[in-house]
Design a protein around this ligand. Structure first.
Ligand code: 2AM
Length: 484
């Protein structure tokens, strides 16, 4: 009889298969199962041939092949399939066994499943797995959360297969209770949306304002990737710009409508629910939505013809340096917003998040991997209670050095009629965050005028509320006193 397996994986789509092959290559024995059982045999006799991978043809066979405490990882479509498999697994599992969901589940679902599975005497982990198909095979970023006592059991496997950075540190650590792992994965995806849109805005400025061609832009991204912008997304942008089809850059032939699978939207929605100004990421989601209205945009371009035509008569080299600074500054702001949201969620959901470790988990293996995440890790390691990344001494100096570039680039874009929703969200946040006195005094006055919502005063202690009878008709009753 074959040795018992260290882990069972359900779901033989590419991500599942690649994770299994990764686990096996790190010395773990794995059992593979799939709803459509034919795929089990195809896999075992194909990519898994000759490896320490066992195929199971039923849930019973899968469960019977596992070492105790049993670990079963779901790599199936998010949503109902995860709940269905949990129901199928529960009757076969014993106290202390662990169900792991490695798919792209929304964190409230994971939060609910942790409670449910724990109520059955079992343990549950919901984990973000990032890095796409290649990451799954060679080393993804893994963000697990859920039943804390299960962590020691799965740690050797997860850290064994995760990407490693510089000093060999794995891009995987315990994130927190409940849905914390999938929450952090969701923020990761939102940040990915923001990073991508920022690069796209810079690209459009290079192309339409500076009139650069794909080869020229390729050279700039190549240079940037050797400096502090060094990251996977800059690297692939560099390579995309160099890619030719029949001698011409393929980028010039690709339709300008963006798709989305919804995880960026979740990030924006949750930010609104938490009341966090996650402006840059949210604009990046809307930018995709606007891009999708291709037919409307084509029609509008014939009607709304008033507006500047791009032109540039300044110092091109200087503007390219400003573009680099703008990209860096906006990226710092986007991450600052993402971290602010994680802090707020931790408070709301009672999670103890280690922000430095989160940066380390994203440092390698995933789409947003970058050199700069090493600096973010340092910032939170130096001060785990940092309120805002922009206030860390390193980043405060950096953002102040680069803000002028972001400002000039955004202004130039607007004067040239180039839409830059994310760059402008970045500079607006920077200026908003550092403004001691915003015009919300007027806003409070308006609210008090029409709704008797009251206001606090600069010349009185915080927490004391005042109402003015603005028109002489409203009386002295404030809304709090009549309970609206
Ligand atoms: P399948 O091969 O039987 O379709 C990615 O789609 C993975 O999720 C596949 O392993 C797929 O199984 C599984 N999957 C998709 N929908 C499912 C469902 N409703 N129930 C169970 N597994 C499902």
């Amino acid at each position: 009889m074959a040795a018992l397996s260290d882990i069972g994986v359900i779901g033989l789509a590419v991500m599942g298969e690649n994770l299994i092959l990764n686990m096996e290559s790190k010395g773990f024995q794995v059992t593979a199962y799939n709803r459509t059982v034919d795929k089990v045999d195809n896999f075992v006799n194909g990519r898994a041939k000759g490896k320490n991978i066992t195929g199971a043809h039923s849930i019973e066979e899968l469960i019977g092949s596992l070492k105790s405490p049993r670990k079963v990882m779901l790599m199936v479509k998010a949503g109902k399939p995860v709940d269905d498999f949990i129901e199928l697994l529960i009757p076969h599992l014993d106290k202390g066994d662990i169900i792991i969901d490695g798919g792209n589940s929304h964190f409230p679902d994971t939060e609910r499943r942790v409670n449910y599975v724990e109520s059955k005497g079992l343990r549950y982990i919901g984990t973000g797995v990032s890095g796409g198909e290649e990451g799954a095979l060679l080393g993804p970023s893994i963000m697990p959360g859920g039943s804390k006592e299960a962590w020691e059991e799965v740690k050797p496997i997860f850290q064994g297969i995760a990407a490693k950075v510089d000093d060999g540190a794995p891009c995987c650590d315990w994130v927190g209770d409940g849905g914390a792992g999938h929450f952090v994965k969701m923020v990761h995806n939102g940040i990915e949306y923001g990073d991508m849109q920022l690069i796209c805005e810079i690209y459009q400025l290079m192309k339409d304002v500076l009139g650069m061609n794909a080869d020229e832009m390729h050279e700039i991204f190549k240079e940037w990737n050797e400096g502090e912008l060094d990251s996977y997304l800059i690297e692939i942008t560099r390579d995309i710009l160099a890619y030719k089809e029949d001698g011409t850059p393929i980028i010039d032939k690709i339709l300008d409508t963006a798709g989305q699978k919804g995880t960026g939207k979740w990030t924006g929605t949750v930010a609104l629910e938490l009341g966090i100004p996650l402006t840059l990421i949210t604009e990046s989601v809307f930018a995709r939505c606007l891009s999708a209205l291709k037919d409307e945009r084509v029609a509008a371009s014939k009607v709304l013809t008033a507006g500047p035509k791009p032109s540039f008569d300044g110092d091109k080299k200087q503007f390219i340096d400003q573009l680099r600074d703008a990209l860096y500054a906006a990226k710092v702001i986007s991450y600052a917003q993402g971290y602010q949201m994680m802090r707020s969620a931790a408070k709301e959901y009672g999670w103890e998040l280690n922000y430095g470790n989160i940066a380390l988990m994203w440092r390698g293996g995933c789409i947003i991997r970058s050199r700069f995440l090493g600096n973010i890790k340092e910032a939170f390691d130096n001060n785990p209670d940092l309120t805002n990344l922009l206030l860390d001494p390193y980043f405060a100096e950096k953002i102040q050095a680069c803000q002028d570039g972001l400002r000039k680039v955004t202004a130039t874009a607007m004067l040239n009629g180039i839409p830059v929703p994310c760059l402008s969200a970045g500079i607006n946040y920077y200026d908003g965050y550092r403004t001691e006195r915003l015009p919300a005094n007027l806003l409070q006055a308006q609210r008090d005028y029409f709704g008797a919502h009251t206001y606090e005063r600069l010349d009185q202690p915080r927490g004391k509320y005042f109402h003015t009878n603005w028109t002489g008709r409203g009386g002295e009753t404030s809304s709090t006193s009549y309970g609206v």
